[in-house]
Design a binder for this molecule. Structure first.
Ligand code: SF4
Ligand code: SF4
Length: 320
């Protein structure tokens, strides 16, 4: 039930296309939870993320893992000598020389063989288990809001660690479990070649324990910032005329303030980059007014900021 509420909040605030995927690595001796099934055939970890975001709840023991690299990285099996040494990366022409392969392998996070016995995946809303991490397949804009939400709660910058190799296993599962820090991955050869992740989509993984606090911050951002940004609040209507090589634009605008609507809050004046506006007493009440209209650069910030929709810009003269 808790997972369903978390998933609903994420869907509502971010308008996700895909369900976030709950991922748990099963510890030795741990029971397989009810409601998960083994896939009929071998499947890669990245493919199981795809299947889960499409609604499947699965347990994947080592014998059903199709990618020996991923299964080894997640501590389900002992990796073959050729994978461990980096030779296979050269054979598949994924890296130029053995030193490079060794360095890449040494710098990624892994679990020791036998640490875990299976992977569990399910769409978050259906997960009847406590995941270790939650993996999103999402657009960069949606990843940005999750990143903002993490900073909103802590003030800290988010630092991502990725290589373009071993995406869903190393960068999104093992690393996030070990560091307990959000991570982004752009996918890897295997994840892009063997699943339906769209070219415009990226992955982001969050430690499950941090999800409730992150969602609380996301709800705050969704009250104002997310819808404002999605409405392109500051987008001038004719942005193509902003830059013209070798000449200043002669476009001018007339700033029209509807004093009947204006409540004098001063947001427009506070945000105006050209000090075009101020608030002052007009007909016995505090209202916005124009004090340097000729300096207006038509950035539309005041139009976007005004909570009363009291400001309009009207083209005064066009040179196109
Ligand atoms: S459009 Fe920009 S420069 Fe012009 S008054 Fe509004 S905030 Fe100021
Ligand atoms: S932001 Fe709008 S309501 Fe507030 S002072 Fe400016 S014009 Fe008036």
């Amino acid at each position: 039930m808790q997972n369903m509420k978390l998933a609903e909040a994420l869907q509502r605030t971010l308008t996700l296309r895909w369900s976030p995927v709950a991922v748990r690595l099963l510890r030795p001796g741990e029971q397989v939870p009810d409601g998960v099934v083994e896939p009929a055939n071998r499947i890669r970890h990245c493919q199981s993320i795809t299947a889960a975001r499409r609604g499947n709840c699965m347990v994947i023991p080592p014998r059903k893992h199709a990618c020996p690299d991923g299964a080894g990285i997640m501590g389900l099996i002992t990796m073959s000598a050729k994978l461990r040494s980096g030779d296979l990366y050269l054979l598949f022409k994924k890296l130029p020389h053995i030193e490079c392969a060794r360095k890449m392998i040494a710098s990624r996070e892994e679990f020791a063989p036998g640490t875990y016995t299976a992977t569990l995946v399910a769409p978050l809303e259906k997960a009847a288990f406590a995941p270790d991490v939650v993996i999103f397949t999402l657009l960069p804009e949606q990843a940005m809001w999750l990143c903002c939400a993490a900073t909103y709660g802590s003030g800290e910058r988010q630092v991502f660690h990725t290589s373009g190799y071993n995406s869903t296993c190393a960068d999104l599962t093992v690393q996030v479990m070990k560091t307990q820090q959000m991570n982004i991955s752009f996918g890897c050869y295997g994840a892009r070649a063997s699943s339906d992740v769209a070219d415009a989509e990226v992955y982001l993984s969050i430690p499950y324990r941090q999800l409730p606090a992150l969602i609380a911050s996301l709800e705050k951002l969704a009250a104002k910032s997310i819808p404002e940004a999605r409405r392109r609040l500051y987008m001038p209507p004719v942005i193509d005329s902003v830059a013209r090589p070798g000449q200043e634009s002669e476009e001018r605008v007339e700033i029209i303030i509807d004093t009947a609507r204006c409540n004098g809050c001063g947001l427009c004046a506070a945000f105006c980059p050209e000090s075009v506006l101020e608030t002052g007493e007009t007909d016995g009440a505090e209202k916005a007014r124009v004090i340097a209209g000729e300096k207006c650069c038509a950035c539309y910030t005041c139009v976007g900021q005004c909570p009363r929709q009291a400001i309009q810009l009207k083209p005064a003269r066009r040179d196109f």
